[in-house]
Design a protein around this ligand. Sequence first.
Ligand code: FE2
Length: 301
Amino acid sequence: MKRGIRRRGADAAAQHPHPMLSTDQRSDYAEQGFLVLPGFKRPHETAALARRAHELVEAFDPAQGASRFSTRDRSLVADERLLASAEAMHCFFEEEALDDAGRLVVPKARSINKIGHAMHDLDPVFGAFSKGPALAALAADLGLARPQVWQSMVIFKQPEIGGEVGWHQDASFFETEPVTVTTFWFAIEDATLDNGCLWAEPGGHRGERGTLRERYVNDAGRLHMERLSDRPWPDRDTAVPLPVEAGTLIVFHGLLPHCSAPNRSPRSRMAYTLHATCGTAAYSPRNWLQRSAALPVRGFD
Ligand code: FE2
């Protein structure tokens, strides 16, 4: 791993009941666009979340018209099913889990790419993991005023077939004016170079490097990606891998370019993510994810 990724002080923050980032950590975040916080979640917390995720997959009936999910070909996901998942807990198949006729070619437990996108508001186990004073204090330290947590995802990164997630910026999916979306990426299992850990470009959220390349929008029920800039994505010379142990939280800025490799290893790399914006910033009505009055967006408390 390249040098320059500073992680100091995170353990102290995790042990403190009301973690506040140090001045160094705040300046690291401003400079690098991300912060790695080892031990933010304890083993029993990650174990409970993993257990619940597996239960949801176990309860899922593949015959219920599930969609495959691939960042390479978003048309694989039926727009309606994705839109409905804004207020539900839907399973999405790995691209390589189905054959051309749509039949499962791996056991169901190993077939799911992700579950999304409202577990944090619908399920008590996910709710407990996704809220609380530690996350509220961290969000405040990161400058999220009146945070609104729009989305939760379990990303399984299955052994052997875990799909690649290409370079992107999460602000493409959560447009606010100004840009405020912040990603909370929890390692539920160890993430390594072999099983598809995150890669990011340090400082890639700032200035011209942080130019928003594309925007995923809903035009009258049709979801599509709009190209905004031809600025190239980072390459392996400027990006760094972020291998982390289970329980680590990586927080990052919405304009930070990041990606992850496919998982061809025999070990899964489960992660859980939350995406939050500032309630004081205008949330675009063109964002794919909208909440109805039946399930209003909430914060970390
Ligand atoms: Fe992302």
